[in-house]
Ligand binder design. Structure first.
Ligand SMILES: Nc1ncnc2c1ncn2[C@@H]1O[C@H](COP(=O)(O)OP(=O)(O)OP(=O)(O)O)[C@@H](O)[C@H]1O
Length: 247
């Protein structure tokens, strides 16, 4: 198995406020890891470290990936560019012709379930779900080797959320893309993850870790419900997630 992500004894503080405390986690390449834990415990901080945006005060984050891409809860689209232009935006920095950029953006519109006509719409003309599809396509445009998802579905209603989860699941499985997903939703973590890492309240350490063996495509609602029950039967998981009623 090729090397994946290794987070070793990471501690971090913002001013006097410790946020992460001696946190260690590994994730094999081509797997999906979910970070779940109480609000403010440091999940986004850890994701920023994995993506190279922040250096830990102590400890080490190591991985072989060179092209991380983020998708956030807010799609953060440029309002003055249409959907195609937003998808192609990150490609401007790459040595590609305009025609190649445009062709790649067109392919990605299809990949995320949007039409060529949708590509000509501006963010204000797109629904929340469509905007999040554009953000996903923009992340995939740079052909990332590491996908970092910070609650990308949580602003969507339940139906759309399930559609987007299924789409992302298919895309990461087809590409064998190493992925880290931050979520507040244990059922979502069970649907998406190979490894679920439960963080304690701040300063966060790993309270519990669970590996889900079933192939993602085979996880139906019955499996997800049963697995959520199994995970919550673990006292350390239940305690960490009970803090804000996550369980
Ligand atoms: N750049 C920063 N400067 C100062 N404090 C920060 C900074 N970024 C995060 N924090 C603080 O660090 C703590 C952890 O924040 P973080 O966003 O990582 O938590 P989280 O678990 O992702 O939260 P949530 O689940 O609510 O999104 C919070 O108290 C937050 O206010």
């Amino acid at each position: 198995m090729s090397a994946g992500l290794a987070i070793d004894a990471v501690s971090h503080a913002f001013g006097p406020e410790p946020v992460l405390s001696g946190l260690s986690v590994t994730l094999p390449a081509a797997q999906v890891g979910c970070l779940i834990g109480p609000s403010g415990c440091g999940k986004s901080t850890l994701l920023a470290m994995i993506g190279g945006l922040l250096r830990p005060d102590q400890g080490r984050v190591a991985h072989p990936f060179a092209r991380p891409a983020f998708v956030f809860q807010d799609p953060c689209l440029l309002p003055w560019r249409d959907a195609r232009g937003n998808i192609a935006f990150g490609l401007n920095a790459l040595p590609m012709s305009r025609t190649e950029c445009s062709a790649r953006a067109d392919r990605l519109l299809g990949t995320v379930g949007l039409t060529a006509e949708d590509g000509e719409k501006y963010p204000r003309e797109l629904s929340g779900g469509m905007r999040q599809r554009v953000a996903l396509a923009r992340a995939l445009a740079i052909e990332p080797d590491l996908l970092l998802l910070d609650e990308p579905f949580s602003a969507l209603d339940v139906g759309l959320r399930r559609q987007m989860q299924a789409l992302v699941r298919r895309l990461i499985d087809a590409r064998g893309l190493t992925t880290v997903l931050v979520t507040h939703d244990l059922a979502e973590a069970v649907r998406m993850a190979d490894r679920i890492v439960v963080l304690s309240p701040r300063p966060a350490h790993v309270a519990a870790q669970h590996d889900i063996g079933m192939p993602r495509a085979a996880r139906d609602d019955g499996f997800v419900q049963a697995e959520v029950g199994r995970l919550l039967a673990d006292p350390a998981t239940a305690e960490a997630l009970a803090v804000e009623g996550l369980s």
